[in-house]
Design a binder for this molecule. Structure first.
Ligand SMILES: [Zn+2]
Length: 239
């Protein structure tokens, strides 16, 4: 194979690898972000439940205070009933007693209902706390593995940069300028394989003469349609 073509294929491969590092790091960091968001969401849910419980407790307190008032009132009625004389007074006290007892029933029902709510929400908080602990554990382990992975990527990046550095020192400036000029618009598809007689940059079929040139690998051949540098696809089955 033409030496320059070989260098160009290698250079484009290294450039692509260099460009791939940033999304690889971003992908790892996204995993951590998702885990932290999950943890935050659970915490918000638990906070909302805590607020609900405080509200329910307040309502329960009010009902209990009301119940104490009613109990005092009933005692008072009992005292009074020993002193009343007329049938009318007796009836009036009985009515008052009945109403107070109904109110007692209502307050007791309300306290029971609120207690159930408090209990349910409290058990939900317990479940959430378990989930929060799990999410925290997950975040911790992701953080630890991220540090290792990023370190590995950094090492890889250093070795790729070094390989590129070495390659560049061997390449002719003319070939490099030619490559960079195409790379400006073609990016990582500056040097592309030919498959089924088509350019794998623009996907258009190339003519027989160009195709023969690509197959011979003696020269640097560009796509007649888009101008990308072409090379003969290395069949993976052979490798
Ligand atoms: Zn093309």
């Amino acid at each position: 194979m033409n030496k320059y073509l070989e260098q160009l294929i290698e250079l484009s491969k290294l450039d692509k690898e260099i460009d791939d590092f940033a999304p690889r790091i971003a992908k790892i960091e996204k995993m951590l972000k998702l885990s932290l968001e999950k943890e935050k969401e659970f915490k918000l849910q638990a906070e909302a439940l805590t607020t609900d419980i405080a509200e329910a407790k307040l309502k329960k307190g009010k009902n209990e205070a009301h119940l104490a008032e009613l109990s005092a009132k009933l005692k008072d009625i009992a005292k009074k009933s020993a002193l009343v004389k007329t049938a009318k007074e007796v009836k009036a006290l009985q009515l008052e007693e009945e109403i107070s007892k109904e109110q007692c029933d209502f307050a007791n029902d309300e306290i029971g209902r609120l207690e159930k709510i408090i209990e349910l929400k409290q058990s939900n908080i317990t479940l959430l706390e378990e989930k929060i602990a799990e999410a925290q554990k997950e975040s911790e382990s992701i953080k630890a593995s991220i540090d290792t992975q990023i370190q590995e990527i950094e090492e890889e990046r250093r070795s790729v940069y070094q390989a590129k550095e070495e390659l560049l020192s061997q390449m002719s400036q003319k070939i490099l300028t030619f490559y960079e000029k195409i790379r400006k618009w073609a990016g990582n598809s500056t040097v592309v394989p030919v498959k089924k007689q088509a350019c794998y940059g623009c996907f258009m079929r190339i003519n027989d003469k160009t195709y023969a040139g690509v197959m011979k690998q003696d020269d640097i051949v560009t796509c007649p349609h888009c101008g990308r540098i072409l090379y003969k696809e290395i069949e993976e089955a052979k490798a």
